[in-house]
Design a protein around this ligand. Structure first.
Ligand SMILES: *Cc1c(COP(=O)(O)O)cnc(C)c1O
Length: 379
């Protein structure tokens, strides 16, 4: 089965008892057992719920993985991955990470004895040069957030295999429609399903997929033992989202391409960050490992003024000023004061994250309206 067919059918069959086409929302905490331990595969809804199972199978199928596990949020999924590690272990990560990932690393897990280093992973050599004897995991986002830097996943995974280091790729920005890290050699793929997979800004969730049976078993144990699971209604909403993922991503990419080229040609705009632009440093690797460059675009105004950036993001009418991304509607934000506020200023500066940076999640509206909105808001 091809991608869109899997998106609509994987994990989901008409309900055998009624023929209902849509997977029911199984609002139940527990399940009847015929005799102690004899049941139909479900005992208690923290451990397993049929709506969640449908979503887990669906997401695994989209990433070409053997296993999927769903969590209450993207960060709950991150938390589960970090629980594979032990005190003393070292994690090496890209330096342009989702702010909340940076926060859970530095402000939650450091106190349990894990250590973290952050390097510019757009040059994999920086990762290779920074491993220590304690490095157990490399953590990548590509494209990164918010600078849309690209890391060569195949190059890093080859190195990780040689060194027996686990490679985790946060595939939230790309989605499995555009990029499939497991095929490029990653061990675990993480998603904030809150973003493109859900796609409608109405649900928070996370997921992990892997094709490694042992890793899946350990992660499923953590999922059940810790309990950060999504409820069945959240799983239903996310399943509804994945059915249209391919269509939505096509339009997100098309609109982002037009918006990024319009920004590039406008003299009021300085640097534009979009992997689809030929001058983007990661353009060629993106073209190789992604089927299209995605729907996220960042830029700095030509005057590089933080004040002007704050004014602009407050003036748009179609682009809504809000955190998050990946919904059908276009969003605009100022990372330094919003999504990336948890990252210390010196770390932001070292990663090249300007105080004047503006990030767009380009939605699937009519692109002419989006361009007109930005044009007016720049002022
Ligand atoms: C939003 C996001 C997360 C965290 O996900 P939540 O669902 O908000 O917990 C992790 N990684 C990336 C790239 C994100 O955009």
């Amino acid at each position: 089965m091809r991608f869109s067919t899997r998106a609509i059918h994987a994990g989901q069959k008409p309900d055998p008892s009624t023929g209902a086409i849509m997977t029911p929302v199984y609002l139940t905490s527990t399940y009847e057992q015929e005799t102690p331990g004899t049941h139909k595969g479900f005992e208690y809804s923290r451990t397993g719920n049929p709506t969640r199972t449908a979503l887990e199978q669906n997401l695994a199928a989209l990433e070409g993985a053997r296993h999927g596990l769903c969590f209450a949020s993207g960060l709950a999924a991150t938390d589960a991955v970090l629980k594979l590690l032990e005190s003393g272990d070292h994690v090496l990560a890209g330096d342009d990470l989702y702010g909340g990932t940076h926060r859970i690393f530095n402000q939650v897990y450091r106190q349990f004895g894990l250590s973290f280093d952050f390097v510019d992973a757009s040059n994999p050599q920086n990762l290779f040069d920074s491993i220590t004897e304690k490095t157990r995991m490399i953590w990548l986002e590509t494209p990164t957030n918010p600078l849309l830097k690209i890391t060569d996943i195949a190059a890093v995974s080859k190195f990780c295999r040689e060194q027996s280091i686990l490679l985790v790729v946060d595939n939230t920005f790309a989605t499995p429609y555009l990029q499939q890290p497991l095929e490029l050699g990653a061990d675990i793929v993480l998603h904030s399903t809150t973003k493109y997979l859900g796609g409608h800004s109405d649900v928070v969730g996370g997921a992990l997929v892997t094709s490694d049976d042992d890793l899946n078993e350990r992660l499923a144990f953590i999922q059940n033992a810790v309990g950060a699971i999504p409820g069945p209604l959240d799983c239903f909403l996310t399943l509804r989202g994945t059915k249209t993922l391919a269509l939505r991503m096509e339009r997100h990419c098309q609109n982002a391409d037009i918006v990024s080229r319009w920004l590039l040609d406008d003299s009021r705009i300085g640097e534009v960050y979009y992997p689809g632009l030929e001058q983007h440093p990661g353009h060629q690797i993106a073209a190789r490992q992604m089927s299209a460059p995605g729907g996220m675009v960042s830029f700095v105004l030509a005057d590089a003024s933080e004040q002007h950036a704050r004014e602009m993001v407050s003036r748009t009418e179609i682009f809504t000023l809000a955190e998050s991304l990946g919904g059908v509607e276009s969003l605009i934000e100022h990372p330094v004061s919003m999504t990336h506020g948890a990252i210390p200023p010196e770390v932001r500066a070292a990663a090249g994250l300007s105080d004047a940076l503006i990030r767009l999640s380009v939605g699937i509206e009519d692109v002419e309206d989006l361009v007109e909105d930005l044009d007016k808001a720049i002022g």
